[in-house]
Ligand binder design. Structure first.
Ligand code: G
Ligand code: G
Ligand code: MN
Ligand code: NA
Length: 255
């Protein structure tokens, strides 16, 4: 309860900020998209991880207001980059949306309002949802259909780690499959270790989805993923999440 109350204060006091992790077109090196990730600079606790406070915000309902703030901030930033950077601008900003946000019947309307307010075209926004948030169907899946109708893309986050797995791809509208770091970690090892990463790029291609490999930490992993057919890579090897990615500098890696 204490952390919840402090979040309420922190939101009003401007303690939250959004950072952006590049999603790189590999091997060309262009930053094709960015994932928005929220950070909380607490005056006494220091930086609090979203892994810690997002579940609390889901519990006490503050995620609705915090989530709207994150979306507005990310869309405004993206609209600015699109206006200022020309051909170097990323095509898409991907924003994490939690189960409780998706379960609200008014969510898609609030996204439409934020797009109108910030002037960002819907094709430059993707929402990242987890398997767990959508596997029960219901309003969450209705919301995804509404978002898609707006022209917003749907990314399935941490794919392969939930318990619903492949059947979900038949019932939930998905444009982007984010292949979990756990399948990237040992992609350089032969045989069974890389088999899942290989199967997932095939499935996403067959189903007309775009695959993004998450948690790429080494050049060897990037090369192995590239050989399997992955063209969109994200991870510390390229960049940590930062306030202002260096879009101008084309590279295949950060030296
Ligand atoms: O950025 P980091 O790796 O510390 O994120 C930890 C966890 O918090 C991840 O599961 C991530 O998806 C989640 N997270 C980060 N930013 C957001 C956000 O803006 N909204 C939601 N709902 N979750 C987020
Ligand atoms: O659940 P989600 O996939 O949104 O979580 C993203 C989280 O993973 C963020 O907290 C981000 O900081 C973290 N992350 C991004 N790239 C890497 C990486 O290469 N290695 C590790 N360990 N974490 C990463
Ligand atoms: Mn994510
Ligand atoms: Na992710």
């Amino acid at each position: 309860a204490k952390l919840g109350a402090e979040m309420r204060i922190g939101l009003d006091a401007g303690q939250f900020r959004v950072v952006y992790q590049p999603i790189v077109a590999f091997p060309e090196g262009r930053i094709a998209a960015v994932e928005a990730l929220v950070r909380w600079e607490h005056p006494h606790r220091g930086t609090v991880s979203p892994a810690h406070f997002v579940p609390v915000a889901e519990q006490n309902g503050l995620i609705v207001e915090l989530g709207a703030w994150i979306l507005r901030t990310a869309c405004r930033q993206m609209a600015r980059w699109r206006a200022e950077l020309g051909v170097s601008a990323p095509d898409k900003v991907s924003v994490n949306v939690s189960a409780r946000q998706l379960a609200r019947p008014g969510f898609a309307t609030s996204v439409a309002d934020i797009l109108a307010e910030t002037g960002l075209a819907p094709n430059h926004l993707a929402v990242e949802v987890t398997e767990t948030a959508v596997f029960e169907g219901g309003q969450a899946v209705t919301t995804l259909h509404e978002l898609r109708k707006l022209g917003v893309q749907i990314a399935l986050d941490d794919f392969g780690t939930g318990h619903s797995a492949l059947g979900l791809l038949q019932t939930v509208p998905v444009d982007i499959l984010k292949v979990d770091k756990s399948f990237v970690d040992n992609v350089t090892e032969a045989g069974r270790h890389s088999a899942i990463a290989e199967a997932l790029i095939q499935i996403s291609t067959e189903l007309g989805m775009t695959a993004v490999a998450e948690g790429v930490e080494t050049a060897e992993q990037a090369d192995a993923l590239s050989r399997l057919g992955y063209t969109l890579l994200q991870g510390y090897y390229f960049s940590r999440p930062v306030a202002e990615p260096d879009f101008g500098r084309s590279r295949t890696a950060i030296a």
